[in-house]
Design a protein around this ligand. Structure first.
Ligand SMILES: C[S@@+](CC[C@H](N)C(=O)[O-])C[C@H]1O[C@@H](n2cnc3c(N)ncnc32)[C@H](O)[C@@H]1O
Length: 302
């Protein structure tokens, strides 16, 4: 039986260490353990003394993607950012709003509406689609309060499998995203057709063209796993690419602009650019911006 439980691929293969290096097990007489431990400690200390000083790049030295792909704005509140973009005449396909809000108390609930409704209204002025993330009880309050220029398109339920958040309850937390859109907007459900569908469609053999509603029914529960390559150490509710990507596929075409004024670790930017879109990211927290900047730089140079 493989190590690490029954899940296929779990655990580290026998004979390898934490970082994939080869390891061997040695047996030594118990009487020699103190002497060997001392030798190992001495050799570790020597190695540490001889190691060149670590050179960590300053934030300003990290490469940034070309601004026509991802623009990472300086620290700014979401309301201010959306107002600015609206006043500049920015047009985006979609605005992601993921401010992380969970406040079950009455005052918190009132604050939530007071904070979110202006954001939704501005987002709906800039973009055809607005996707709001959060805890079900908070987001549900928005359903009957959306601004008049937006209508509810769908309610997406998904589940965190490995959130980096320290609060254990979060890891399995079932979360939601509410998809609002302007009545005139389009849904890009053709992104979900398979090659076989496309081929049949081109021959006029696909009598029934799949719509976005079939896709939602097809996959009612998105399951989010933050892969190792996308782990940033951000503990404020990083969303997995596997959850954001289909939503962007549904709402954008290559070349479109995506705006995320609560960008956190920058998942929206990465997902957008991978789909051939551009993105404007911002956040009010310098820590989040730093993580997003490191993420974008690493991804650029990898
Ligand atoms: C849940 S995280 C976003 C996670 C992001 N979607 C990701 O995948 O990494 C929420 C972020 O929103 C930011 N935020 C919350 N309220 C904000 C506001 N009023 N203006 C700007 N940023 C805000 C927080 O600083 C935090 O970085």
């Amino acid at each position: 039986m493989p190590k690490g439980g029954t899940r296929k691929g779990a655990g580290r293969p026998v004979g390898t260490g934490r970082f994939g290096e080869r390891v061997v097990q040695l047996c030594v007489p118990e009487s020699l353990v103190p002497q060997i431990s001392e030798m190992l400690a001495q050799s570790a200390a020597n190695a540490a003394n001889n190691r060149p000083a670590r050179r960590t790049k300053a934030l300003r030295d990290l490469p940034l993607p070309p601004p026509e792909k991802v623009r990472l704005d300086d620290r700014i509140d979401a309301l201010e950012q959306l107002t600015k973009l609206r006043d500049e005449g920015t047009r985006a396909a979609v605005v992601m709003l993921d401010p992380l809000y969970r406040s079950p108390r009455a005052r918190g609930r009132a604050n939530y509406l007071a904070e979110m409704l202006p954001l939704l209204s501005l987002a709906g002025e800039i973009a055809d689609h607005v996707i709001v993330w959060g805890f079900p009880l908070s987001v549900a309050r928005l359903v009957d309060h959306q601004p008049p220029h937006l209508e509810v398109e769908g309610w997406i339920t998904w589940i965190y499998k490995n959130s980096a958040n320290r609060a254990r309850s979060w890891r399995g937390a079932q979360q939601v995203a509410l998809h609002l859109r302007r009545p005139s907007s389009k849904l890009q459900y053709q992104s979900f057709l398979t090659d076989q569908h496309r081929e049949m469609h081109s021959r006029g053999k696909l009598a029934y063209l799949m719509t976005h509603r079939d896709i939602i029914i097809d996959e009612p529960l998105l399951s989010g796993f933050i892969r190792r390559s996308e782990q940033t150490g951000f503990t404020g509710g990083q969303k997995p690419l596997s959850v954001l990507t289909p939503l962007l596929q549904m709402t954008t075409q290559p070349g479109d602009l995506v705006v995320d004024p609560t960008a956190g670790s920058g998942t929206t930017g990465e997902a957008a650019v991978k789909l051939g879109c551009s993105a404007i990211l911002s956040d009010k927290s310098p820590q989040s911006l730093k993580i997003a900047r490191v993420r974008l730089a690493q991804w650029l140079t990898s």
